[in-house]
Ligand binder design. Structure first.
Ligand code: UD1
Ligand code: CA
Length: 457
């Protein structure tokens, strides 16, 4: 769509969220609520989008610093939706095309619906087209009042509506398409003589009608899409619907979700075909998962890249980790940021890693902490091994060469290195570098005092 701009209203506080965070910044399926509206406007062709900001303006602006197509207009006092749109006028001065007016709290709105709205508005040569919906329970919304011939006459707010008007089921979605010339020439004519003493944007409808301009209502068949999020109940509902869309898209692309109702996969996550995701997994951030992987139940993955044919077992937590192909992790492992696992690495249960690189085919199968370490390929890390990377002041590195065998219950006191093909005996505390091809052993010789227990009794 050419010659489209957008104004997105996002100055309100969102009182009913009962939150210290302004409503439009609450995350929905992994991103701030407002970004869903911004992306819908962009996808509908908006080359210049103005965000009307007010409450926590700096935080809202901060979402789009550096975005050339997004500018912010400050509405210092929230005097109503009409006043909010008027605040965008300066930033759209000289723009003569079609303006989409959206709210920052309708994350379910689809770009296709906006494209359809703009196309319809232009075909009909309208000055203003409002997106409407028919609702079984229209309470709280503005109602669309039509004349006997079905022509839109005006919009009346719940608080201003007569009982007859309250019985109308066609509601105003708060989403509009307007010609910029009409909008900015008439926005000052909007008054605040109403129950809430606010400047209602909806008054532009009756203004257009009075001027004899074409003013239309386009009814959407999916009332879900225009659902506004006002409280936490609606937030959860909107998240559920958006996750449903994300899940459906993944399944259509060949990903198996064992129970899609219990798959919490955020916007922006990519997963390859033939990967199976079991219930109760959260996958978020810019995570990329290859094909043929198995993600067992209760796994949490944030900002990771995972290669093909990996197996992440139940209860594991992965954050900022990079896994190559055929890697096996868990159950109940914790991979922390900076973990890099090459092909065929195996991380077993109750293993924690942080800032480590592990070479091809290396294993740490049980009960281990590996931090700030560089581990070669074909290394075996025995059960209970700990890199003592922190001396209370600084972190230090441990280097382990290829083909090393670390026995069980070894402490590696960093900075320290173990040369390639060496063996560190079980129970050893490594405090000095081990040369290649060596055996390192540090144990207090065992003494057996025969009969000692009997004498004690
Ligand atoms: C509005 C419509 C109503 C419609 C409903 C759809 C008006 C007068 N009413 O009512 O017909 O059915 O949306 O959800 O427009 N905002 C500002 N500055 C302001 C006031 C509001 O930026 O001064 C923003 C809010 O942050 C919000 C949006 O505009 O994102 C809508 O405002 P809200 O007060 O929620 O309007 P409703 O009462 O829901
Ligand atoms: Ca609202």
């Amino acid at each position: 769509m050419e010659n489209v701009a957008a104004v997105i209203l996002a100055a309100g506080k969102g009182t009913r969220m009962k939150s210290g965070v302004v409503k439009v910044l609450h995350p929905v399926a992994g991103r701030p609520m407002l970004s869903w509206s911004v992306d819908a406007a962009r996808a509908a062709g908006s080359a210049a989008t103005v965000l009307v900001v007010g409450h926590q303006a700096d935080a809202v602006r901060g979402l789009y610093t550096g975005a050339a197509d997004i500018r912010c207009a400050l509405q210092e006092e929230q005097l109503g939706t009409g006043h909010a749109v008027a605040c965008a006028r300066e930033l759209l001065a000289g723009f003569g095309g079609t303006v989409l007016v959206l709210c920052g709290d309708t994350p379910l709105l689809r770009a296709e619906t906006l494209q359809g709205l703009v196309a319809f508005h232009r075909e009909q040569g309208a000055a203003l087209t409002v997106l409407t919906a028919t609702m079984g329970n229209p309470h709280g919304y503005g109602r669309v009042v039509r004349d006997a011939a079905g022509r839109v006459q005006r919009i009346v707010e719940q608080k201003d509506a007569t009982p007859q008007e309250q019985a109308l089921c066609e509601i105003n979605s708060g989403i509009y398409c307007m010609e910029a010339g009409f909008l900015f020439a008439n926005i000052d004519a909007v008054g605040n003589q109403n129950a809430q003493q606010e400047f209602y944007l909806t008054d532009l409808v009756s203004i257009a009608v009075k001027r004899g301009l074409t003013c239309l209502g386009r009814c959407t068949d999916d009332a879900d899409e225009i659902m506004g999020v006002n409280d936490r109940v609606q937030l959860a509902e909107a998240s559920r619907i958006l996750r449903g869309r994300i899940n459906r898209e993944l399944m259509c692309a060949g990903v198996s979700l064992v129970d899609p109702g219990q798959s919490y996969i955020d916007h922006g996550v990519r997963i390859g075909p033939d990967t199976v995701v079991h219930p109760n997994c959260s996958i978020s951030g810019a995570t990329v998962i290859g094909s043929g992987c198995t993600i067992e139940g209760g796994v949490s993955i944030t900002g990771c890249s995972i290669g093909d044919n990996c197996h992440i077992k139940a209860g594991s937590v992965l954050e900022g980790a990079q896994l190559h192909a055929e890697v096996s992790v868990g159950p109940m492992a914790h991979l922390r940021p900076g973990t890099v696992l090459n092909d065929h690495v195996k991380i077993g249960n109750f293993v924690e890693t942080k800032k480590i690189v592990m070479g091809e085919g290396s294993k740490a199968s049980h009960l281990t902490y590996l931090g700030d370490a560089e581990i070669g390929s074909n290394v075996n890390i025995g059960c209970g091994t700990i890199t003592c990377n922190y001396d209370g002041v600084s972190k230090h590195r441990t280097l382990i060469g290829d083909d090393v065998f670390i026995g069980s219950d070894v402490q590696l006191v960093a900075p320290v290195s173990v040369g390639r093909n060496s063996l560190v005996a079980a129970g050893t505390t490594v405090t000095v570098d081990v040369p290649p091809d060596s055996l390192a052993i540090s144990r207090v010789p065992q003494v057996n005092k025969v009969g000692w227990r009997l004498k004690k009794k």
